[in-house]
Structures are given as C-alpha cells and as structure tokens.
Design a protein around this ligand. Sequence first.
Ligand code: PGA
Length: 253
Amino acid sequence: MREKIVAGNWKMNMDFPDGLDLAKNIISGLRAKPADHTVIVAPPFIHLSSLHQLLRFSDPKVLLAAQNCHQEDAGAYTGEVSAEMLQTTGVEYVIIGHSERRQYFGEDNTIVQAKVKAALKAGLKVIFCCGEPLEVREKQQQDEYVYAQLKTSIFTLHADELKNIVIAYEPIWAIGTEKTASPEQAQEMHAFIRNSLTHQFGEDHSSNISILYGGSVKPGNAKELFAQPDVDGGLVGGASLKAADFVAIVHSL
Ligand code: PGA
C-alpha cells in the first residue's frame, strides 16, 4: 500500500512568530480531528530547528520538509544549506526540483539530479517536483516534457532508492494561479508517470510510489483531486498558509 501524504509548501512566507503560530494551529486542528496519513510542512530554513522542537513530540505527528538543499556536502558556498545539515536538524524530507527553483534559480535537470542524490545520501526523503509550463500543455507535449524530467533525475536511481522518493506533479500553469488541473487531467498525468516508472523499475516499485498533485489545491477542490486512483495526496502552496484550509485539505484525503 502506498503512503497518502499532504504536504504544505510555505515558500518564502511567514515570519518566525507567524510560522510558529501556523504550526501550532495545524497541530491543534489535527488533534481535534486526526487524519490517518502523513502530514508534512515545509517552512523556510530558519524555522526548521525551532519547529523541530515543537513538532517532535506533537500528537498527531507532523513531519518537516525543507524547500531546498545544496548538492555539495559542505564547503565555500555562501548562503547555502546542505542535505546533511538538514538531516541533523530533524528534517525528514526535502522538496527538490520545484518549478520556482528551476525558473528563478537556474536549476536545470542536472542540478536537480545532483540534489536528489545528495539528499538521499544524507538520509533524507525527496519530494521530487515535475510539471510542464503552459506553452507545453497547449502543444499537448506535457508527457514528453515530464518524462524528460523524470528520466534525468529519477530513472538514474537504483530501484531500492525509490522508497525514499515521493513525486509531486505540479503543472506550472496551475501553481498560484487558481487554475487547478481538472481531476481528469491530474489522473491522466499521474497514470502516465506511474506507467513510466513501471517501465523503468517494474510494477512492484512503481505501485508503491506516492504521486502528489500540486497547483492551486484548495479545500473546495481537494476531495475530487484526491479521489483519483493515482493521486496519493497533495503538495499545497497558498492554502497551506491558513491552518483551517490546510487541515481541511488534509481531511479531504
Ligand atoms: P499553490 O502552490 O498551491 O499555491 O498553487 C503549489 C506549489 O507550488 O507547491
């Protein structure tokens, strides 16, 4: 059985006190009505250590993800944070390959691949993001585009590393735009991703990988998206910044 997951990507939002409040409110929302799947929050780096102290004895459990890591172990990379540093801070997951990192920080498939390897080596689990821009979708070339992203970063792994990979399909035209993919569009791409993984690694492995949908997930559309057979949860941006909305999305799974 594959894991069902809802993860909140806070992006560059929430100052420190607001971040603590948000985490506390998520915990109390989930305490009032527990969910039986994995809940993850990905705050900015500077919150991670304190949130780890807050969350490590939390009941129900909320796990921590970082939004990025550097591909090198250590060294003269001013302003960067390594996967190893994250791991020793109590972080369990790291988001890699988010379209905003690819678009604004020049992270191409080669860098993304190096980051995936560094994260796995440090013992982190990876939430690997893929997804096509609007012009690619308009030309109906989304399958080829996403396949190329998977090929360079995920297909180079050993099959036994896949247990530490979660895939998030996030069509760029749906991120922060209110234009959610329809449940059918999401299912179509998730099935394509799973079939590609089956082809590469075999069904025993592909059937166990969680594939999350991301892109304007809201309390009002989460249930329909999560009802699709190959949608195993969501990676939520904007709506993860309000505890009540995030908790409602968690309960839609
Ligand atoms: P959104 O962001 O939910 O605000 O569209 C999703 C994401 O970028 O992970």
